[in-house]
Design a binder for this molecule. Sequence first.
Ligand code: PBG
Length: 342
Amino acid sequence: FQSRPSSNPDRTSVDEIVGRRRMRRNRKSDWARRMVRENTLTVDDLIWPLFVIAGSNVRQPVASMPGVERLSIDEIRRDAARAAELGIPAVAVFPYTDPALRDATGSEALNANNLVCQACRAIREETGDIGIMTDVALDPYTSHGHDGLMSGEEILNDETVDQLVTQALVQAEAGTDIIGPSDMMDGRIGAIREGLDNGGYRNVQIMSYTAKYASAFYGPFRDAVGTNATLIGDKRTYQMDPANTDEAIREAELDVAEGADMIMVKPGMPYLDIIRRLKDAFAMPTFAYQVSGEFAMIAAAGQNGWIDHDRAMLESLMAFKRAGADGILTYFAPMVAEKLKA
Ligand code: PBG
């Protein structure tokens, strides 16, 4: 850059202010920017959440998540195969349970032939080397939409944990690779680890929803799995208060001590500070969940032409890498994978 004399002789020149340090030199062209780039986003960073529903030949759009569909088992095979083809390392499966099968104790969660278990077997059969992650929590199966068993208004902790262990074993039997406890009950990671080890599933990993906040950003997901209709009250007695950060450290201490292989922060973009703190404090494989509401905001604004959809998508994901995340659960996964390939 040429240094020109200041147009105003009374003003200190920029040269005098910056000396020899001009930050824009390293930004002068694409190659220069690429050369100094600190973080990269690759297909290996992605986990693709999929919604499964009963039936066959079903691809049912989720209204609040443009481009996302509930898939029957035959269709989930196709998407899992697409994930494998794109090089996405893992998919995560979430069920839309028929309301007639939901009850107060979420008993369908323990059915070895429930949708999630069917999906695990189908995906395993369809694809070779792809990771399968399954959620452990009762909310898609309960008539009240809570993640645990209830007594009156109370969400019971220890009784719920017992059932979550069984749910995890049922999923392990169906072939899941990664158990993702998203329930936020105390002590569940240790109990599930013990259950898996005793059941002969020593190699099944646990990605703990370590810092899961009581968030408004889960709305579209609850549409997708049908719990907006069922949920009574809110989840604030078990999910974290959005005002807290030290508490996330204490949650992570417990999860790591109890045997979590990977930890996760959820939601993602509003909680980048938490990702950074946990990564720095624990040096664990640390994941972000870019949740349904985050996806919906970018998708909707993109559809309206209010933001550049693809740029906002990539920028939001790069933010997780910058914050220290090793990977991201994101509904954008296939779009990003296509884009990174191009
Ligand atoms: C269920 C669960 C939720 C999400 C993942 N697992 C919702 C909730 O806790 O109410 C949210 C994911 C998303 O919003 O994309 N325990």
